[in-house]
Design a protein around this ligand. Structure first.
Ligand code: SF4
Length: 371
């Protein structure tokens, strides 16, 4: 029930990764990357399917060898989500996965080597309408750029990116997006800000090697939050040393918090104190798990007492406000006569949320991507 985001997006060119639009105001696509061995086709397909179940838009798969390229062919046949092949240096792998229907190549043209090899990849990408992602990482800048700047700086990352951009420009290829990732939040943010002023292509955001599930999520939320709030960014990946499913969930949570892309339930819950009339934390945790399948954008407030409960419930799709033995229930911002037993809070709320989601779905309030 909260308003639309006040964020004004940067103007960027539209590209497509498979059927997913990127840039020019398209919903910000959430990506993740498999961490199975690509040659283990079954395990990789299984992981991609579990990423799809939590809503991933695009999945990147590392393709380090020709064996992995053959495995990629089989994986691609078995999944429906667009796949990006992550390739370093070896242009033959890029050409091979292009034959197998890859949806995007993550390869830096300047690292391919000889001009004829670069041209072979770019011509192939053009012929098959496959976009390229130029991916700059603060930890692997070119030697001469490292020497020029002494350390990774925003200017250094952007100079590196523009080198690859210039190669594609020279070959009249503009179907690409760019990332300038760093593990330091300020370095990444400054790099993206600088780059955003210099190219019209979409930007793929990320804080690279951000850390474990908790610390990496916080770093990513700060860095990507700053950029997204300024309108910068067209697609994102949260890089966590954790189950990739967490990357997708955190990505959507960041977009949800900024009201850029609403997908699933936005829980509003108090931290609890001795005034709470029912187990708020247990209720929220249980419902977050039980309701992962709900994709309908909706606000649900679960508040332990009347101090803040009614205020939040009035601007939520579903709200509950802790009361003695029985708690107040709100729907669509209106107080209902019905009250909930505090002892059976989770089941009652789940039923109400599912019913409300179904009403909202019918009234076409669905994920903006499907609009
Ligand atoms: S809303 Fe009530 S229970 Fe929750 S933290 Fe505030 S005072 Fe405590």
């Amino acid at each position: 029930m909260h308003n639309e985001t006040p964020i004004v997006r940067r103007q960027s060119k539209r590209i497509y990764v498979g059927n997913v639009p990127i840039g020019d105001g398209a919903p910000i696509a959430v990506q993740s990357m498999t961490n199975t061995r690509t040659t283990d086709v079954d395990a990789t397909v299984q992981q991609i399917e579990s990423l799809q179940r939590v809503g991933v838009d695009i999945v990147r798969v590392s393709v380090p060898t020709m064996d992995a390229a053959e495995a990629f062919k089989l994986i691609k046949q078995r999944v429906s989500v667009p796949l990006v092949a992550d390739i370093h240096f070896d242009y033959r792998i890029a050409l091979q996965v292009a034959e197998y229907g890859v949806d995007c190549l993550r390869i830096n043209p300047g690292n391919i080597g000889r001009e004829d090899r670069i041209r072979a990849v770019v011509d192939c990408a053009r012929d098959k309408n496959i976009p390229i992602r130029i991916g700059i990482n603060g930890g692997s800048l070119e030697k001469d750029i490292q020497e020029k700047y002494g350390e990774p700086t925003a200017e250094a990352l952007v100079e590196s990116a523009l080198r690859h951009v210039e190669i594609l420009d020279r070959m009249n290829f503009d179907n690409f997006k760019v990332s300038v990732k760093a593990s330091d939040v300020f370095l990444a943010v400054q790099s993206y800000r600088l780059l955003a002023k210099q190219i019209v292509q979409p930007l793929h955001l990320g804080i690279t090697e951000a850390g474990g599930a908790r610390s990496g999520s916080v770093k990513s939320a700060i860095g990507l939050g700053m950029l997204l709030a300024e309108g910068i960014g067209d697609t994102l990946r949260i890089s966590l040393a954790a189950d990739p499913i967490e990357e997708v969930k955190v990505g959507f949570d960041i977009l949800k918090a900024l009201r850029i892309r609403s997908r699933g339930i936005n829980f509003i819950a108090c931290p609890t104190c001795s005034r709470q009339e029912f187990d708020v934390i247990g209720t929220v945790n249980a419902l977050e798990q039980r309701l992962e399948d709900i994709l309908t954008p909706m606000d649900v407030s679960i508040i332990g007492c009347v101090v803040n409960g009614p205020g939040e419930a009035l601007v939520s799709d579903i709200g509950v406000t802790g009361g003695h033995n029985k708690s107040g229930y709100y729907e669509n911002g209106e107080r209902q006569k019905e009250r909930f037993d505090n002892d059976n809070m989770i089941d009652q709320l789940e039923a109400k949320i599912r019913a409300r989601a179904s009403v909202l779905d019918k009234s076409k309030r669905i994920d903006i991507r499907e609009d």
